[in-house]
Write a protein that binds this ligand. Structure first.
Ligand code: EPZ
Length: 422
């Protein structure tokens, strides 16, 4: 993407459905033979990858509207999630829990490494073993079988894991007896995911908190469910307004899912306020820079802490703050790959272990940069929108994994951008 920076972004951005809820929601349709309809599904390459995998497993899939999909798995044709699917999108691990729950066996390729870190799935595997599955790792595959079904028990996660919690929720809803997930992930997407399972007939309590109790039932039924807005997309466009000294209205988002984030922005001189409450109990939020950007120290943490998925974007904002900010990435071990690229644009950042020390300057200078992963790619676009001159962000396909219609949304706010292929 070619970007001519220095233009304040002004306008409105309609926030799309949350990728990190849509992905587990799609996997959860494996838990019933009935028809499930999911609405407000974002049109992203990660969603397409998950649909390809579900189709391979035997799911029949109908698009019943621009962002609505109906799915039905009357019969599971395969219990294998091949490497070719999983290597493209690690959230494919989310079919492991439902396949074992419904078919009592599964063969899912290990996701392998990822740009931002090792991202093991050992906690998913250990939890399923505790619930009675026999699991062998053979030729890079997780081969799981539970001929007598799964049995509820206490699952104590040593670290909070989002997809780990979601996989075990799906394993537990059809298990014999009661499962308690201790130190469960509390992200809004996890809480909403549990609401979906409850709508399908599951018995779940405590979701959104750190202890979730699931009473196994014999079967689940279909449902019609709407995906909540993507708080990471909303946070990203909030930073787009801040970094270009513009003013953007985020349409249809959930302010209270970004409370801590907006408070952090407020400390750095960025104002945000709810200007409308919609009939679906969603918020329109106006974001603008009230004064010079002040340095704020940040540590990423599981929800309700500062989201790791907004770290790269916030680091980019701090490259033009009027002081020095320290940003510590506690969730992933290698999530600073945007930093060397920002340095090419003149950013003054040094990495010390898990901490980036950013000393702000007036403006960055446009140049050629390379995207390495989803959130790094969007942070380089943000840098280009702020920088003096022209920036070209290469390998932009990363951004299409998590930002629906990003070109159109930026162009609608006066961004001077153009995507091209070399
Ligand atoms: C989810 O990934 C999100 N993806 C990620 O979003 C997000 O960054 C992450 O949660 C943290 O919030 C989806 O929901 C599809 P974790 P997940 O399990 O579940 C370690 C994006 O940009 N861990 O909460 O894979 C792991 O390595 C993506 O949208 C183990 O060691 O993350 C990490 O360091 C990126 N073993 C930490 O825990 C395990 O078995 C948290 O990971 C599981 C996790």
């Amino acid at each position: 993407m070619k970007i001519f920076g220095g233009v304040p972004l002004r306008g409105e951005v309609a926030i799309s459905g949350a990728k990190n809820l849509a992905l587990p929601a799609l996997a959860a349709t494996l838990l019933t033979e009935d028809l499930c309809t999911l609405r407000n599904i974002p049109d992203l390459s990660d969603i397409a990858s998950m649909l390809d995998l579900l189709n391979h497993l035997g799911m029949s899939i109908d698009r019943c509207g621009p962002n609505s999909i109906s799915l039905r798995s009357s019969v599971i044709k395969s219990i294998t999630a091949p490497y070719d699917f999983v290597r493209k999108m690690r959230a494919s691990i989310l079919v492991l829990g439902p396949l074992v729950a419904r078919c009592r066996k599964a063969s899912v390729s290990l996701p392998g490494g990822c740009a931002i870190g090792a991202r093991g799935v050992n906690l998913h595997i250990k939890a399923l073993e505790l619930m009675g599955a026999d699991i062998a790792i053979e030729n890079g595959y997780i081969n799981a079988s539970a001929p007598n079904g799964l049995f509820g028990c206490n699952i104590n996660f040593p670290i909070s894991t989002v997809t780990g919690t979601e996989n075990i929720l799906m394993a537990a809803v059809l298990a014999n007896g009661t499962t308690r997930i201790i130190n469960a992930a509390m992200e809004p997407e996890v809480a909403a995911f549990a609401d979906l399972l409850i709508q399908m007939g599951a018995k779940i309590d405590g979701h959104g908190g750190s202890i979730i109790t699931i009473e196994g039932v014999d079967s689940l039924h279909g449902t019609d469910f709407t995906i909540l807005p993507d708080r990471i997309e909303a946070g990203t466009y909030a930073i787009a307004a801040a970094i270009t000294n513009g003013r953007i209205i985020l349409r249809n988002c959930k302010y209270n899912h970004l409370m801590q984030f907006f408070e952090t922005l407020r400390l750095s001189g960025i104002e945000s306020k709810v200007i409308t409450k919609t009939s679906e109990n969603l918020d329109d939020v106006e974001v603008y820079r009230a004064e010079d950007i002040r340095p704020v120290d940040v540590q990423t943490a599981p929800y309700p802490g500062f989201a790791t998925d907004l770290q790269a974007q916030f680091t980019t904002l701090m490259t033009i703050c009027n002081g020095t900010s320290s940003i510590t990435e506690n969730i992933f071990e290698n999530r600073f790959m945007h930093v060397p690229e920002l340095a090419r644009m003149g950013a003054n950042i040094s990495i010390h272990g898990r901490t980036a020390i950013v000393t702000g300057r007036k403006q960055l200078i446009g140049t050629q940069v390379m995207a390495t992963d989803l959130r790094a790619s969007v942070s380089l676009v943000l840098a280009g929108l702020m920088a003096n001159g022209k920036t070209v962000v290469n390998r932009l396909y990363h951004i299409d994994r998590g930002y629906e219609n990003v070109d159109q949304k930026l162009l609608a706010c006066n961004a001077k951008i153009e995507r091209f292929t070399v």
